[in-house]
Design a protein around this ligand. Sequence first.
Ligand code: ADP
Length: 621
Amino acid sequence: MVSEKPQVLIVDDRQENLFVLERLLQTLDVEVILAARGTEALALTLDHDFCVAIVDVQMPEMDGYELVELLRGNKRTARLPVIFVSAIYSDEYHHRRAYDAGAVDFLSKPFVPEILISKVEVFIDLYRQRQQLELLVRELNTVNASLSERAVQLETSATISHQITSILDKDRLLAEIADLIRTRFGYCFVGVWLYAVDEEVMILRASSANAECQEIAPGSVVSCTDEDLQPIARVCRNTAIYYNDGRSSSPENTPPGRAHLVLPLVMGSYMYGALEILHARDAIFDSGAITVLQSQADQIAIAIRNAELYAEVRALNEDLESKVRERTAELEKTYHQLELLDRNKSEFIQIVSHELRTPLTLIMGFGEMLREEPQVKQDPALKYQLEGVTNGALRMQEIVDSMLDVVKIDSRALGLQLHELQLADLFASLREELDVALQERDLALEFVDISTLPSVEADSLALRKLFANLLYNAVKYTPDGGRISVTGRFLDTLGDEASSYVEIVVSDTGIGIDPENHELIFTKFYGTADASFHSSGRTKFKGGGPGLGLAISRGIVEAHVGHIWVESPGHNEITLPGSQFHVVLPLRQTEQTPEEIARRIVQLRSALALGTPGRETASMC
Ligand code: ADP
């Protein structure tokens, strides 16, 4: 029984004693409860929480000592303070018995009323303090319990946030959100509604329910302009939390007796939808839980935004990829067309060069015959004119040969006749060929370290063409009075003969080449200068050519599994920066498949990246 006032139990078999003691205690703010026997007192302790019991020692059936022993044996009353009152047993022996039985005090009759009152007051104070302490402990326990509950909610919330932020597929994300929140927090129903701006409606996109709750099928629609303003519509309109504890009246769609919470899913000023939750029967959402769930809802809004952005990026990517596919297909088509054109061009060159060969042979044959005619022999003017015709035909012959070489290179039909070749001999013979031109143009030609190079396995005619092209170009693009040099060195990339190379650099002090043309000049029919400015002749300064020399040179070098490139700071006809053409050739030609050749060229290029002139060389002799 709960009483506002502290309760005091008085046990005495004599009515007059009970009366006196009750009257005495009326001065205190207590409720006095009387018992005439020990058994009655025991029964009263079942329903009351007494602050002190005043017990007469001498009673029939059950005396005071027995009663107190029984009280001490019961958990509820073990600590009940007891004051014994006795007239007869006031000697030392009974005092001790009383204390042994569990009394906290002993009063002998007649006693001074003030003493009894003050003793009882002490126990009332103690009782009040105990009650306050118990209240505090109860409050503390409640706070502790709600703190632990909050900690669990926060932890669950963090786990859910972590899980959902890694899901980028929107449908899967929403389904996971509904399931995770319901199962982790132990709710009855969780639904995720998304807002469709254009139609001003909320659509249920995912839901999860346990056996107690009926699941609402995804796809359900609630109009935000609804006059009845049911919970979802209300949140949609106000972007504020809706909460109904289910104890008062429940609106339509809310199962009676269930706490119903709807949280807006908002990011910045944009509302994505709402998170609807129904709690287990008779449970409520306290303010702490609502705060945790609102922060969960904020995370969900971010996760939805992320998923939407991801979907947009994916759509953009797909669009981009399809555009790239289209462009690639177009490029491939154009490439095939160009390939076809190139083939046609090669075929045309082949036909033209073949067709030109016969008339050229005729011109040169008849020229030879005319030269033997006495009339021509005796007439210097005729002889000079005939020489002009023959030289022109020879030049044409060279061009036709170049065209045929290009055709062979294009169709990979440049059959090599391999021999051991001393490059020094080759350059000596070329020097002889160029001697007149060098004198005419006042050009110096020097060879550096060529005589020390080892022999190479190569096609001598092809290499002659290659270096003739480079030397004639050096002559053509270097103004009178300039210098040309041919430098050789041995490159030993791996230390064995199969991976050893020679490098020959043809340098000049000529007009140079712009870096953007360094690759282009090796394509056929490419000339950097305006064709109308070409002066005729193979050795004249800036003398024109068909633009085939370097294409043939590269074809020859690659047929030998070598590498050719140019270095030049740029084109300038006043400062004359000059050019250096590098040719790297292997010492030995080995039987190789096209794949092996390709691999060797890659190896060679990477080895050259270490050892190209002008940079630090890895291993050179
Ligand atoms: P061409 O018959 O026109 O000389 P090439 O294939 O031999 O054809 O050369 C292509 C172009 O490269 C030339 O037109 C010229 O512009 C440039 N070129 C080649 N060698 C040199 C050089 N040593 N100095 C400057 N430019 C050069």
